[in-house]
Ligand binder design. Structure first.
Ligand code: AMP
Length: 473
């Protein structure tokens, strides 16, 4: 067993770890902590949820203890460790963990991220902090305002580095790194080692020790993965049905765009599902509130984008929905990694429309598993104009072969063209000289010529009528 006691952590760190109730080190901790303690650079392939925050923060705090002091002078508390993360939530989460590990030391930790007033952050920085956790954009603001001085930084952590590059933070990272002393320890953590990540590492890390604990193309065997062929218009109904039928208490619902995220959350909320949304356009306050209410179990569905949800420390979500199939197959692994954690049973449901074939094939290739696209059987009557007339297309003798109750093979779907909406107006031959529809047209919409107009055309308001006043004189 990899016990923390074999690390010989300082008593004030060991006490904090004991309070966290950790029984043993996770694989990334067992591998990375001794390397970081020895002062080497690390390139770690580990996803959030593996315990990587403790893997870098415990040894860094241990090495910084030599600088610990009780002075109130800010000059005695310069930034010595800088942790960079792609999103505000991650930064907040990591800072909270670091603060817990450092709580019996005199080392101070602060977090700065965008979307929040700079003033309180500035005050905290001016008092002096040894560990600064930050998102790149806001850190640059503080560097420019001279509230963050980084010339005494000894340790840098680039956490979720692949995601930082995905978001386009490379120029910001390069600028920030140019302000730091060359003599330092640099740790880079990334879910994948893409060529870009390798380039970043070769530019900024010195002879790093590579540590890999979870292969990025693995999905947990405890997660049941279902793929349904569902047209875009029907996905919401399918989602509602599955949640209800399977009694799912909480789930993440992934979408590909911020706009789609807000829209879907609103419509699910309108349909009576307790829903919250998490995406980059929300204010920081709204995002933290959304996260809190989901963690407390006050909401059932968290609709989110990949960037917003990446790495959030929310455990034991019973189900994950891919409302949109991710553009990047690796995101599929990250998304469904939110369920079935620590041996628990999880369900991952993906909705693929006909335009998603290539994306589904990408997931097949990455996960090296054959994906069976299932048809979806709706419980209720479908509104007119949708494909696959629901279950009436299926015969009892189909034989389900153990498929979930809501599934039929997609190939059996029949396309039924939507019935045409008949508008009698368009049956009439063209008649010249029809007068404009007047304000006085009655509710059954009769033209002043006496000809009734289509119920599908809204009457225009007469401009004069818009100025009409009921006031005398
Ligand atoms: P991380 O991957 O750092 O975001 O950590 C994910 C979660 O694992 C956090 O809630 C940590 O508190 C928890 N954790 C970290 N190390 C351990 C450990 N050795 N044993 C159990 N839980 C841990």
């Amino acid at each position: 067993m990899n016990s923390f006691s074999q690390l010989q952590l300082a008593p004030n760190l060991a006490k904090a770890v004991a309070e966290m109730g950790y029984e043993s080190m996770t694989p990334i901790q067992a591998q990375a902590i001794p390397v970081v303690l020895s002062g080497q650079d690390v390139m770690g392939a580990a996803q959030t949820g593996t315990g990587k925050t403790a893997a870098f923060s415990l040894p860094l705090l241990q090495r910084m203890l030599k600088h610990e002091n009780t002075s109130t002078s800010p000059a005695r508390h310069p930034v010595r460790a800088l942790v960079l993360l792609p999103t505000r939530e991650l930064a907040d989460q990591v800072a909270q963990q670091v603060k817990m590990y450092a709580k019996y030391t005199q080392l101070r930790c602060a977090v700065v991220f965008g979307g929040m007033d700079m003033k309180p952050q500035t005050l905290e920085l001016k008092r002096g902090v040894e560990v600064l956790v930050a998102t790149p954009g806001r850190l640059l603001d503080h560097i420019e305002a001279k509230t963050a001085v980084l010339n005494q930084v000894e340790y840098v952590v680039l956490d979720e580095a692949d995601r930082m590059l995905d978001i386009g933070f490379l120029p910001d990272l390069q600028r920030i790194l140019s302000y730091l002393p060359k003599q330092r320890t640099t740790l880079l953590f990334s879910a994948t080692f893409s060529p870009e990540i390798k380039r970043l590492a070769s530019s900024y890390l010195q002879n790093p020790v590579t540590i890999e604990v979870a292969r990025p193309n693995q999905t947990a065997s405890t997660v049941t993965q279902l793929f349904y062929s569902v047209p875009d218009d029907d996905k919401r109904r399918a989602l509602k049905q599955i949640v209800k039928q399977r009694g799912i208490s909480q789930a993440f619902v992934f979408v590909n765009s911020k706009l789609g995220c807000a829209r879907l959350a609103r419509s699910l909320e309108r349909e009576g599902l307790k829903t919250t949304a998490l995406h980059g356009d929300k204010s920081q306050d709204e995002r933290l509130k959304a996260l809190e209410s989901f963690k407390k179990g006050e909401v059932d569905l968290m609709v989110c984008t990949d960037v917003a949800a990446r790495g959030l420390d929310i455990k034991d979500v019973p189900a994950v929905f891919n409302f949109d199939i991710p553009y990047n197959a690796e995101d599929y692994i990250h998304r469904i990694g939110r369920t079935g954690r620590a041996g628990a049973e999880g369900l991952a449901v993906s909705f693929a429309s006909s335009s998603d074939t290539r994306l589904v094939t990408d997931i097949e290739k990455l996960t090296k598993q054959k994906i069976e696209l299932l048809g979806f059987e709706f419980d209720d009557e479908r509104p007119a104009g949708r494909i696959n007339n629901g279950r009436r297309n299926w015969n009892d003798e189909d034989g389900d072969n153990g498929r979930p109750a809501d599934a039929k093979p997609a190939a059996r779907n029949r396309f039924v063209p939507p019935p045409k909406v008949h508008d009698p107006f368009f049956d009439r031959p063209y008649e010249a000289g029809a007068e404009p529809v007047s304000q006085s047209a009655s509710s059954d919409q009769v033209l002043s010529s006496g000809r009734s107009i289509s119920p599908n055309i809204k009457p225009k308001r007469n401009v004069a009528a818009l100025f009409k006043t009921t006031e005398p004189g």
